[in-house]
Design a protein around this ligand. Structure first.
Ligand SMILES: [Zn+2]
Length: 293
């Protein structure tokens, strides 16, 4: 079975990166519009020739609508149509040509009845103002950095991912696709204040206290390790409970327990990931723990 993974990110771009991204989207639009004009011109020319009684064999040669054909058509005149083409990844032009190839196919299939549903109109030119600028990269260096806060794209380089919410969503997708589950402890879950040994909960734990010392059972453990064990236990709780969210034990909640999500179990290989960052108001943190099962 072929699996396709999709990730959705928002990016924090520097002004220079934003210019570069928009330039690529512009390049996609230019290639799209150039090829559309060319396709339409050839179609009109052939139609006109037919009305003059030109034999089929003598008509202006048709231009292919497939992506390779459009790419070939674009290659020759690009120096003239887009003398700046070297400044952009070829993926940008490919984006525009691919969109056109699909649009032409949809229009053609719709006209001949091969495509059901609402009639599809002939492709329209993309407007600088009205079209959503977009570019698609399909080859080259494309990756999420190990820090999970940056992505790398051809030409555009290293781009900063925006916000924790996106990161969490990305983890949710990722674990789901890999057969794991994402469990989000709500923000009041006292993973740091709880003793991972006996479950006692401290009312206070200063950020400066890097070691957790339990006054109930005497356990002494690195603060982060103690918190990690609690999160792991929380995840196990979800596991043993079957499905659905589990209330963090000993939580001294100030909000209703609404932030927990347990995604569906799916078979397959699993990855384990863990991250916990971004205190939204500086008070406490969201904990995200993705675990294998
Ligand atoms: Zn204890």
């Amino acid at each position: 079975m072929k699996a396709i993974q999709a990730y959705r990110y928002a990016l924090d771009l520097t002004p220079a990166q934003e210019r570069a991204a928009l330039a690529h989207a512009g390049a996609a639009r230019v290639a799209h519009n150039w090829a559309l004009a060319r396709v339409a011109a050839v179609m009109n020319q052939r139609a006109a020739e037919r009305t003059y009684g030109v034999a089929d064999a003598d008509l202006t040669p048709a231009i292919g609508w497939s992506l390779p054909a459009l790419r070939k058509a674009w290659n020759a005149p690009k120096d003239e149509a887009a003398p700046w083409w070297r400044e952009c990844s070829k993926e940008a032009f490919n984006t525009g040509l691919d969109a056109l190839a699909r649009a032409l196919k949809n229009w053609s299939d719709s006209r001949t009845g091969k495509r059901a549903g609402r009639p599809v109109g002939f492709p329209r030119f993309k407007s600088r103002r009205r079209s959503v600028p977009s570019v698609r990269f399909t080859t080259g260096p494309i990756r999420v950095e190990p820090d999970r806060k940056h992505v790398v794209l051809p030409r555009l380089g290293r781009l900063k991912l925006h916000g924790f919410g996106e990161l969490r969503r990305q983890l949710a997708y990722k674990t789901q696709w890999n057969g794991g589950r994402l469990i989000v402890a709500d923000r009041w879950y006292p993973s740091s204040k709880t003793c991972s040994g006996c479950g006692a909960v401290k009312t206070k734990l200063a950020l400066s206290e890097r070691t957790y010392t339990c006054t109930t059972c005497g356990m002494v453990l690195d603060r982060d390790l103690n918190a990690a064990r609690n999160l792991a236990a929380l995840a196990t709780g979800v596991d043993t409970a079957g499905s659905g969210p589990v209330t963090g034990r000993g939580a001294d909640r100030k909000t209703r327990p609404g932030g927990q999500v347990a995604t569906k179990r799916q078979p397959g290989t699993a990855i384990a990931d863990q991250t916990g960052t971004v205190p939204p108001q500086g008070r406490t943190t969201d904990h995200v723990l993705a675990r294998a099962h």
